[in-house]
Write a protein that binds this ligand. Structure first.
Ligand code: URA
Length: 426
């Protein structure tokens, strides 16, 4: 086998065999194929795509490039959830405890945020004392006790993806359905839960800009996951507005806790959390769609899901009292409110840009080594379609590391597309 034949085949849309794909992934991971030749193959994939069989073979070869977690020490049925990245997405903090309260074990291995999307690890680490740096054996013990625990991705999971993703970012080949599918699914298959729920997002804050593309990616991921022997369901969800009101680490933890406290019982974020929890319960064989939706709602309204989160926080070294008093979360030193200068109607929101504003405020990182400000972020006082009266707040910006809000405020306002409207006053 040689790399030139492989590049030429994909260039001519001739399918590669599983053997060829395994060889390609192994040889690249081992440093035997140089970046310039791998880039050429990736661009051929970006242009011509791959067949389903090739995508399955690529995913499995990437999964097998490193360790595969052994979850046999975790009792009962295990489930994992993955979101393809969004702005203000704190659903894991609700869904994990809610599914655990219904008897499904959720061992969550998560990443830190990079760029405009936040990571679950950063959110949880905003809770005073909370540690995600646990030995695997301790992580498994916590999952067995509470049903839910979170650790940071470590060890040698999917080294092929690490190398290929870095190369794709530098060569304009990220936006390819089979490559995104193989990248995400190889990591999820290496984490090895029995059930896998995928939340594929579309819109201004997501990789996929249209619901049609998100559906294609969702279907492909489902097919690949099922071919790999997992129970998989992929939902598609809207990321044209930030998810909920809060963007930023401690702010998002507060909003997630408010859902679990029963203070937020409607709206897109709440309904999405219920839908995704019910999906996990169905994958785990807990009942029909209707039964699982009812169980998901009950896990929250009964306070059982909040009890799971409280105990998980305690066992991971954090202050469980935040579950009863969110003012114990770190508080920002400065804030700035953006107000409507006339009566306006919000037509659309550039979520990716708001993710970048929250990064400027200190909530995110540009490179992996950057530290984050747990207090920084945005509270949205509007969503698409809202009419805002002159002088009313549109967004509130928070930070501790940044005290000059001028740049962030201009960018935040520019992220909104709005037109003048008449608001009746009586
Ligand atoms: N997230 C990933 O992990 N991989 C991709 O290719 C895109 C998003």
């Amino acid at each position: 086998m040689n790399i030139l034949d492989i590049i030429n085949k994909t260039k001519r849309s001739e399918p590669l065999s599983t053997k060829e794909i395994k060889w390609l992934v192994k040889s690249y991971t081992d440093g035997e194929i140089p970046d310039y030749q791998m880039s050429s193959w990736l661009m051929a994939v970006r242009i011509n795509g791959l067949t389903d069989d090739e995508t399955v073979a690529l995913t499995l070869a990437m999964r097998d490039s490193g360790d595969i977690l052994d979850l046999s020490c975790i009792d009962g049925i295990t489930a994992d959830k993955h979101s393809t990245g969004g702005v203000g997405d704190k659903t894991t903090l609700v869904i994990g405890p809610a599914a655990a309260a219904c008897g499904v074990h959720v061992p969550k291995m998560s990443g830190r945020g990079l760029g405009h999307t936040g990571g679950t690890i950063d959110k949880l680490e905003s809770i005073p004392g909370f540690s995600t740096d646990l030995p695997f054996s301790r992580f498994a013990e916590i999952v067995n006790e509470t049903g839910f625990a979170v650790i940071s991705q470590s060890g040698n999971l999917c080294p092929a993806d690490k190398k290929m993703y870095a190369l794709r970012s530098a060569t304009g080949t990220v936006d390819s359905l089979p490559l995104i599918c193989a990248s995400v699914m190889s990591k999820k298959l290496a984490t090895n839960a029995a059930c896998l729920l995928l939340d594929v997002k579309y819109g201004s804050g997501a990789f996929m800009k249209t619901s049609e593309d998100a559906k294609k990616l969702a279907d492909l991921m489902e097919r690949v996951g099922i071919a790999a022997g997992k129970k998989v369901k992929a939902e598609i969800s809207d990321m044209n507005s930030p998810l909920g009101k809060a963007i930023g680490n401690a702010l998002e933890v507060k909003e997630a806790i408010e859902i679990l406290q029963g203070k937020i019982t409607e709206g897109y974020l709440y309904e999405l959390c219920i839908r995704l929890t019910a999906d996990i319960l169905m994958l785990a064989g807990k009942g029909s769609d209707e039964e699982c939706l009812a169980m998901a709602r009950d896990s929250i309204s009964s306070g059982k899901a909040l009890n799971v989160l409280r105990r998980t926080i305690e066992l991971q070294g954090g202050d469980p009292a935040v579950c009863d008093d969110t003012s114990l979360l770190p508080q920002p030193q400065s804030h700035y409110t953006i107000r409507a200068s006339s009566d306006i109607k919000i037509n659309s929101i550039d979520c990716e840009e708001l993710g970048m504003v929250s990064l400027i405020l200190g909530a995110g990182r540009i490179s992996k080594e950057d530290s984050v400000d747990p207090t920084a972020g945005i509270i949205m006082e509007c969503k698409v379609g809202d009419k805002i009266a002159s002088g009313a707040p549109i967004m509130r910006l928070y930070s501790t590391v940044c005290s000059d809000f001028a740049d962030a405020a201009v960018r935040a306002q520019d992220a909104l597309n709005y037109t003048a409207c008449r608001i009746a006053t009586y």
